[in-house]
Design a protein around this ligand. Structure first.
Ligand SMILES: Cc1cc2nc3c(=O)[nH]c(=O)nc-3n(C[C@H](O)[C@H](O)[C@H](O)COP(=O)(O)OP(=O)(O)OC[C@H]3O[C@@H](n4cnc5c(N)ncnc54)[C@H](O)[C@@H]3O)c2cc1C
Length: 377
C-alpha cells in the first residue's frame, strides 16, 4: 500500500477532532482526519445539541461565544437546522432565585449579551411549554443555540471536506503514531503533526498521559419523545433549579450551598444519580430530555428505568409537552477531568497534541478551543 501524506492528521471525528481539523485547515494546512467507525457515533451525536455559553464563567464564556460564531458559520454553509433559542433557568424557590440574581450581579459578560431576570408573566410570553404554577422568576439568556447533533456533526464533516479540503477517512482506526508515520487500519500516512481527539478511547493512544491526568468517564442517560405537533416549537431551551449546581458559571455564588442543602433533603435520589434536567428540540420536532451523571472508569452498559423516571419526574414539575411519549432511550459517555479542569491539552511527544476532557461542554467549547490550540503552533 502506498504511503500518502498531509501536513496534519487528526484522530477522531467527534466535535473535538472536527474543530481541530477546521482550525488547522483555516491556517492553510493540508489535513487528513481519521475516524475508526463508519460514522461518528460517540458523545458528539448523543448529546442535547445545546451550545450553552451561559454555563461557562469567564474566560471560557468568551471561548464559548467564539465557538458559537463558528458553529453558525458551519451550520449555514451546510444548510443544517438550528435555532438561536436562548435559554431559561427557571426558579421555583427563593433560594434558586437568589442564585440567579447573584449570578447576574457578578456576570457583566452575560449581562452585556442581554442576560436578565424575567417575571413569570414574561416567561409565559416566551414559552408555552413552561408550567406557570409555582414559578417565581427565570434567568433569560439569549446566547444559547439548539442544534440537532445527529444532523449537525455529519454536516460539519461534510463542510470540512467540501469547503475546506479536509480528507476524512471513515473506518480507519489509528493504530500507532511514530512521526512522521501515522499507521491506520486503512494504510499508512506521512504527516508533520497529529492531533489526538479520541474521546472515550483514551486507553489506546498515549494511555500513560491520560492515566496521569486522573481522567474518568461520565455516563449519562438520555431520552427522546415522539414528534410534537407541527404547530409546536420549544422556543427557549429549558432547565430549572437542579441545574444550578451543575454548571461552573454558578459555582462562585455564596447562595448556592443553600440550594444544594435543600436538594439533599428534598431530592436525595436525584442528587445521588446526578440528575438535572435540560430540554432541547430536534430538527424533526422531537424533544430531547436528560440527564444523569455517573462517574467512574468503567460503567455498566445498561439503561436504568429508575434514573429515567427521576428525570421525567423532575421535568413534569416545570414543563408540559403536547405529546410526552418517550420513543428513544440511550446513554452517552464523556471523559471528565478532576478538579474542575475544562480540558486536557498536552504534547506527549514533539509534533503530537492530545486534546480531550471537555466533559459536558464539548459542543459548546470545541471550536474556540481549537483556535487557541492552533495559535500555540
Ligand atoms: C449525553 C450527553 C449530553 C451532552 N450534552 C451536551 C450539550 O448539550 N452541550 C455540550 O456542549 N456538550 C454536551 N455534551 C458533551 C459533548 O458531547 C462532549 O464533550 C463531546 O462530544 C466530546 O467530543 P469528542 O470529540 O472528544 O468525543 P467523541 O464524540 O466521542 O469523538 C471521539 C471520536 O474519536 C474516535 N476515535 C477514538 N480513537 C480512535 C482511533 N484510534 N482512530 C480513529 N478514531 C478514533 C471515536 O470513534 C469517536 O468517534 C454531552 C455529552 C453527553 C454524553
Amino acid at each position: 500500500m502506498t504511503t500518502r501524506s498531509a501536513d496534519v492528521a487528526v484522530v477522531g471525528a467527534g466535535i473535538v477532532g472536527l474543530a481541530h481539523a477546521l482550525a488547522a485547515a483555516r491556517r492553510g494546512h493540508r489535513v487528513v482526519l481519521f475516524e475508526r467507525d463508519e460514522r461518528a457515533v460517540g458523545a458528539s451525536i448523543r448529546n442535547f445539541g445545546l451550545l450553552w455559553p451561559i454555563g461557562q464563567p469567564e474566560p471560557t464564556y468568551t471561548r464559548a461565544m467564539r465557538s458559537r460564531e463558528i458553529w453558525v458559520d458551519m451550520l449555514k454553509r451546510g444548510g443544517a437546522w438550528y435555532v438561536e433559542s436562548g435559554s431559561l433557568h427557571l426558579a421555583h424557590h427563593p433560594d434558586e432565585q437568589a442564585v440567579l440574581e447573584e449570578y447576574l450581579a457578578s456576570a457583566p459578560h452575560a449581562v452585556d449579551n442581554g442576560t436578565r431576570m424575567l417575571t413569570p408573566a414574561e416567561v409565559c410570553d416566551r414559552s408555552d411549554t413552561v408550567i406557570p404554577d409555582g414559578l417565581r422568576a427565570a434567568l433569560w439568556s439569549p446566547t444559547e443555540i439548539n442544534v440537532d447533533p445527529r444532523q449537525a456533526i455529519p454536516t460539519v464533516a461534510k463542510v470540512l471536506a467540501e469547503d475546506f479540503g479536509v480528507e476524512i477517512v471513515f473506518g480507519a482506526a489509528v493504530r500507532e503514531i511514530d512521526l512522521p508515520a501515522v499507521r491506520t487500519t486503512a494504510g499508512d500516512w506521512r504527516v508533520e503533526r497529529v492531533i489526538v481527539a479520541s474521546g472515550n478511547e483514551f486507553q489506546q493512544l498515549y494511555p500513560d498521559v491520560f492515566d496521569a491526568s486522573g481522567i474518568r468517564r461520565c455516563k449519562l442517560q438520555m431520552m427522546r419523545t415522539e414528534r410534537q405537533p407541527e404547530w409546536w416549537a420549544l422556543g427557549p431551551t429549558l432547565c430549572a433549579g437542579l441545574t444550578l449546581p451543575h454548571y461552573r458559571s454558578f459555582a462562585h455564588c455564596a447562595t448556592l450551598p443553600a440550594v444544594r442543602a435543600r436538594f439533599e433533603e428534598e431530592l436525595p435520589d436525584h442528587l445521588a444519580a446526578g440528575v438535572h434536567v435540560l430540554v432541547s428540540q430536534t430538527v424533526a420536532g422531537e424533544v430531547t430530555l436528560g440527564d444523569s451523571h455517573d462517574y467512574g472508569l468503567t460503567h455498566d452498559p445498561f439503561q436504568h428505568d429508575r434514573i429515567d423516571d427521576l428525570v421525567l419526574e423532575y421535568f413534569n414539575r416545570f414543563a408540559v409537552l403536547p405529546r410526552p411519549g418517550i420513543t428513544e432511550r440511550w446513554h452517552g459517555v464523556y471523559p471528565s477531568l478532576p478538579k474542575g479542569a475544562t480540558e486536557l491539552v498536552i504534547e506527549p511527544e514533539p509534533g503530537v497534541t492530545v486534546v480531550n476532557g471537555l466533559g459536558g461542554a464539548g459542543m459548546t467549547l470545541s471550536f474556540g478551543l481549537a483556535e487557541e490550540v492552533l495559535e500555540t503552533w
